[in-house]
Design a protein around this ligand. Structure first.
Ligand code: KG4
Length: 340
């Protein structure tokens, strides 16, 4: 019997709803909040208010586009965390209310599991090409930088993670430092494509094992720019592209060094990436290139599944639902989840 799952995502500043039938995506609606643009970052209170305004039309639209009536749903999956508590509260409360009114089970999903499982979203008319188990996922976003071993759709082991900033934070903070705006990742990515990645070098951390650190490279860029601007006030303006290319290359080198080490240590040669930073064109091409060189099979999520979206919540919810893992109605959202 086929299973129809509604996914709801509201962990940060995107309100999203998606419907899948088994693993096939029927609809994926995302309302991105523009209200934060003037503030240089997401304002939590404004985000939760915008989620409240968006959630009903977004869910209705997702059901309409899928051609599914709410009564036909088997379960409602929602992001329980991690994320902004006020934002999560909107999606969680909505899922509970909808579940209660329809008499349907609800399924809680860890947002990070959604990113890790994004490659399992199937789409009508597209060939199925999914990793088998075990595989490694380089999970890179504004809040996380982890290497995760995935042994089944619901079995995850964190092999390494950042001990300070996430790589997305390094992109965002450094873009702010260079006066490039927020979110910085996409801007640095675009400028980097026009610059010389070998022009400048920045200090790389020496962290044992498979853990990451990104705070030092950020400081290295800060001091370098400060000294250069003191000598030449036009330095930033005249070297933006090369600075972005060199800084981005340093971040990618750091990410890839540990990923290569993890693949060597585990013997696993199936590698995926996930999370907002997996949209980075430099990282994507580098993963493919390393994969070719090292005999890995690699998977890159489609761009629309790299940033926050409910399709990945629906697919993760589907796997939980198959295992009978439904949530009680008194479940509360959580802003932080330290493990899977
Ligand atoms: O997963 P995500 O959408 O949100 C959470 O962290 O929850 O990730 C957002 C992060 C931001 O730091 C943003 O700058 C980064 O992903 N990002 C990128 C790119 N697109 C988004 N970083 C580098 N290159 C990109 N093209």
């Amino acid at each position: 019997m086929s299973k129809v799952i509604l996914g709801i995502e509201s962990s940060c500043d995107d309100t999203s709803a998606a419907v899948i039938r088994d693993r096939v995506l029927l609809s994926n609606v995302i309302a991105s909040q523009q209200v934060h643009k003037d503030y240089g970052g997401v304002v939590p209170e404004l985000a939760s208010r915008a989620h409240e305004q968006n959630i009903v039309p977004v869910v209705s639209r997702a059901l309409d586009l899928a051609g599914i009536s709410a009564e036909d749903l088997d379960a409602i999956a929602f992001t329980r965390g991690p994320g902004l508590l006020g934002s999560l509260l909107v999606g969680t409360s909505f899922a509970k209310a909808l579940g209660l009114s329809l008499g349907k089970p609800i399924v809680m999903v860890n947002h990070l599991q959604g990113h890790i499982l994004a490659n399992f979203i199937r789409q009508e008319g597209k060939p199925v090409d999914e990793p088998s188990f075990p595989y490694l996922c380089l999970l890179v976003s504004g809040g996380n930088s982890q290497i995760v071993r995935v042994d089944s759709p619901l079995t995850f082991t964190i092999l390494g993670q950042t001990i300070d900033d996430a790589v997305g934070e390094a992109f965002d903070k450094c873009a702010k430092m260079l006066g490039l705006g927020y979110p910085g990742g996409p801007v640095i990515d675009r400028l980097a494509s026009q610059g010389d990645p070998s022009r400048f070098t920045f200090a790389k951390p020496h962290i044992p094992g498979l853990d990451y650190s990104f705070s030092g490279v950020k400081t290295s860029l800060l001091y370098f720019v400060r000294d250069q601007v003191a000598a030449d006030p036009d330095f930033l303006q005249n070297n933006k592209e090369d600075l972005c290319a060199s800084f981005q290359k340093t971040l990618i080198d750091i990410l890839m060094d540990k990923l290569v080490k993890a693949a060597r240590q585990t013997g696993i040669r199936q590698i995926t990436i996930g999370g907002g930073v997996s949209a980075n064109s430099g990282l994507r091409s580098r993963l493919v290139e390393e994969g070719r060189r090292r005999g890995w099979k690699t998977w890159l999520p489609e761009f629309k599944f790299t940033t926050d979206n409910a399709a990945m919540i629906a697919i993760a919810g589907y796997f939980h639902y198959l295992e009978g893992e439904t949530a009680p109605l008194d479940v509360a959202p959580v802003s932080r989840i330290s493990d899977f």
